[in-house]
Write a protein that binds this ligand. Sequence first.
Ligand code: SIN
Length: 208
Amino acid sequence: MPDSRGRPVPVGLQGTTAAPAGHDTTAANRARQNFDGVASVWLFGYGSLIYKADFPYLERRPATIHGWSRRLWQGSHDHRGTPANPGRVATLVAEAGATCTGMAYRVAPATFAQLDFREKNGYLRHVVQLDFGHGESTEGVVYIAAPNNAAWLGPASIAAIARHVAAAAGPSGRNRDYVLRLADALHALGVEDPHVFAVATALRELPG
Ligand code: SIN
């Protein structure tokens, strides 16, 4: 099936693998989609993938997905925290009527080896419809950490999330910087995200 720009995109690739019992989703993700014969795939980023594109891509464009909300409900044991003191990072939760705007990247299928490693702490690849606006849309892949994954932390008050974030750091840096950079990137995209902005505001009032 060609996308709205006439390029081939994978169809029917929704994986069937269940969430693995441990944190590491690398092998499960490799088994989820078959990119054989596909020249490029759209990836949708809504968290650090918006502002830290440390992977090769062919083009990038802001995009929106429907039916999902961004929440700082996923644990980070490998990037912005440690196994003993996990940080809090973004995931998506299903919510009827919600929209989530982020950055879409068109990547070569081989790039998923790098992306799977980066997103290995509980995230699984899902196929979603990306809306570029002006009636343009295409199928793409997004990493989502669902409530049944081993690193899930779940909801908490804005104040509790901010305190948690302020106290965590890991190999990729301070958890505080993850949230503040995400808030800045969303501002730059012109995106209103009450959840992320409220945590960022609370964080700025904490020492650090
Ligand atoms: C994403 O950015 O799309 C996934 C979550 C993250 O890596 O921060």
